[in-house]
Design a protein around this ligand. Structure first.
Ligand code: G3P
Ligand code: MG
Length: 247
């Protein structure tokens, strides 16, 4: 089973920053998950929230600032991390990918596109991924964007994300919309939605099951026995603990 660092090693450095991804590599994760949005000048940048308030104390959205300015902002209370504040601005997708290894290291690029819209990050993201070859899986809660991605850049595996709540919540325990999408190679359910039956049905279709955001060692062991393929975690110690306690 693989362990991916959620937004990088987000307890060692601010989430989704160069420092967090450097720590994810140093803590020997099997891969990382990251979130992509577009800056004002149309450059894919790595950032999760709707606006910069929680992490940077700035009342603006990333879509309202240029990538070069986003790179220079400093987190609220950077001293809580043992990391260079200059490595904790909002990075471009390209910068992050270039510091991550190739080969088996799995990079889960999550396209943030909460609404049906034209100016989503999908096309620009596909272009960057084509230019920086790595081992990718592209995921989104938005099936329209997954379909768009597969038309622009077929061949990169896609993961269908789903959650028990939120605007694109799925309550059936089985992601029927994924069946209609080309290029789906995995489902990415919230951990609370997983059942052994779901894993079996996914595997029967040739799909992996990668869950988020799981920080609990016992649950990791149970799900591993059910055949889970990957865990996206906030806890950079979970993988080592899991392997140490694996019977
Ligand atoms: O991709 C897994 C997970 O990151 C999805 O939720 O809100 O943390 O991006 P969120
Ligand atoms: Mg995410």
């Amino acid at each position: 089973m693989r362990f991916l660092a959620h937004r990088g090693a987000n307890r060692l450095a601010l989430e989704n920053t160069l420092a967090a991804f450097e720590f994810a590599v140093q803590t020997v994760h099997d891969g990382v998950e990251l979130d992509v949005q577009l800056s004002l000048d149309g450059i894919p940048v790595v950032f999760h929230d709707d606006n910069l308030e929680r992490l940077y104390g700035i009342g603006a959205r990333v879509q309202e600032m240029k990538a070069e300015d986003l790179a220079r902002i400093v987190p609220i209370n950077p001293e809580r991390f043992d990391a260079d504040p200059e490595r904790m601005g909002v990075p471009t997708l390209r910068e992050v990918l270039e510091l991550l290894p190739g080969d088996d290291f799995l990079i889960n690029v999550e396209i943030k596109a909460p609404k049906i819209a034209r100016d989503t990050p999908t096309a620009a993201t596909a272009q960057v991924l084509a230019e920086v070859p790595r081992n990718y899986i592209v995921s989104s809660f938005n099936p329209v964007e997954l379909a768009r991605f597969s038309r622009i850049k077929p061949g990169i595996p896609l993961g269908f994300l789903f959650a028990p709540e939120g605007p694109l919540a799925l309550h059936t325990g089985w992601p029927a919309p994924a069946l209609k999408l080309a290029g789906i190679k995995a489902i990415h359910p919230h951990w609370s939605l997983i059942s052994p039956d779901m894993i079996e049905r996914a595997h029967a279709r040739g799909w992996s099951v990668n869950t988020w955001t799981l920080n609990d060692l016992d649950r990791a062991h149970w799900l591993a026995k059910d055949g889970l393929d990957a865990i996206i975690t906030d806890d950079h110690t979970l993988m080592a603990e899991f392997r140490r306690t694996d019977a």
